[in-house]
Design a binder for this molecule. Structure first.
Ligand SMILES: C=CC1=C(C)c2cc3[nH]c(cc4nc(cc5[nH]c(cc1n2)c(C)c5CCC(=O)O)C(CCC(=O)O)=C4C)c(C)c3C=C
Ligand SMILES: [Fe+2]
Length: 317
């Protein structure tokens, strides 16, 4: 009567000193970003970029308390998931975390797991949409480990953007943002903001943009809402990325006189630099300076309803 949930994600720096090694790991991974210059030159470039960028973004991580809140949210969410799973099904659930670019690394956590201890093993990426740059990079590490020490059986959950319980959590946050704006949801403009990807990933057939579109259709159908658009944030570097950019779209909306805007971060489940700093502290603050009412819908973080949704996601057939 003992199950395991192994949850994978990006990972984030846990101190100011760890920003550079985190960024180095990220920029050397040719799945998340491929500079198309060969492996060794990419490592060399990653050293330069990570050193320069870590200095630039250190003040932003300082503002968040000196590190990323990502791991803490994930730990707290999964503790709740263990509790609810036991309450609901009378089975115990162990949860373990493995990250791509910072501790605890996927390979290290996997070493600590004895698959024989478990009846059911669920392996999930905490990115709701599938992209080979994100969930793909997590599962690549998982399967690389499996080649050496295979688990006999496990269930892989690679994407879950259309899961009903998860989308109910988002709908609740969007409606409560409208309440905070003190407008009817039908009178609000919804700007979905997704993390951008380099355009070449689309040409290579990546699913991400399609998954984002599918989820936005589901959410706006459920809200019977037609006053919305999608923009992309967090591009890094000079290559072509998916657009339009969230910052520009917000500015243009406000310039056109659109008011009561709800910004919905669609590709993240918890708060971190992209929501707390880039959206709240930069783009929304800038756009609000003109007097428009703009609000961000809350992230799911370690909320009880999201912990319930995680169980629904792993048990979904
Ligand atoms: C360089 C290429 C990057 C791609 C492609 C990319 C895709 C991508 N990322 C997320 C989610 C997160 N990204 C986060 C931080 C972050 N991402 C990149 C680069 C790429 N991301 C960098 C360099 C950084 C560090 C911050 C910065 O320098 O701007 C995070 C937060 C990490 C943390 O601090 O907790 C998340 C989460 C998605 C969903 C995605 C594409 C689907
Ligand atoms: Fe990112």
């Amino acid at each position: 009567m003992h199950d395991l949930l192994f949850a994978m994600y990006m990972g984030g720096p846990d101190s100011i000193q760890s920003i550079q090694p985190f960024l180095y790991n990220l920029f050397t991974d040719r799945d998340i970003i491929n500079f198309k210059i060969g492996r060794i030159p990419q490592q060399w470039l990653a050293k330069i970029i990570s050193t320069k960028r870590s200095r630039k973004i250190a003040p932003e991580y300082e503002k968040m308390g000196g590190g990323s809140p990502q791991l803490k949210y994930m730990q707290s969410l999964l503790e709740k998931t263990e509790f609810i799973y036991h309450e609901k099904y009378g089975r115990s659930l162990d949860t373990k975390i493995g990250m791509c670019y910072y501790h605890p690394y996927i390979q290290d956590t996997l070493k600590s797991i004895d698959p024989e201890e478990y009846d059911n093993i669920y392996v999930i990426s905490m990115y709701p949409h599938y992209s080979y740059t994100t969930s793909g990079a997590c599962f690549k590490r998982f399967y690389a480990y499996m080649n050496m020490r295979p688990f006999e059986r496990f269930k892989a959950i690679t994407h879950w953007h259309l899961n009903e319980s998860y989308n109910n959590c988002l709908l609740k946050r969007i409606k409560s943002a409208a309440e905070r704006l003190e407008v009817d949801i039908n009178d609000a403009y919804i700007l979905f903001s997704a993390h951008s990807l380099p355009e070449y990933t689309l040409r290579e057939g990546d699913y991400y943009a399609r998954h984002i579109d599918e989820q936005i259709k589901l959410l706006t159908d459920r809200l019977s809402h037609s006053n919305y658009s999608l923009a992309y944030q967090s591009r890094t570097g000079p290559m072509k990325w998916l657009g339009p950019e969230t910052r520009d779209v917000l500015k243009n909306l406000v310039a056109k006189g659109v008011d009561n805007i709800i910004v919905v971060p669609i590709s993240f489940v918890s708060d971190h630099i992209e929501t707390l700093i880039e959206l709240d502290d930069q783009y929304i603050k800038e756009a609000k300076a003109s007097g428009a009412s703009i609000i961000r819908s809350d992230s799911l973080n370690d909320s009880d309803d999201f912990a319930e949704a995680v169980i629904d996601i792993i048990l979904d057939e």
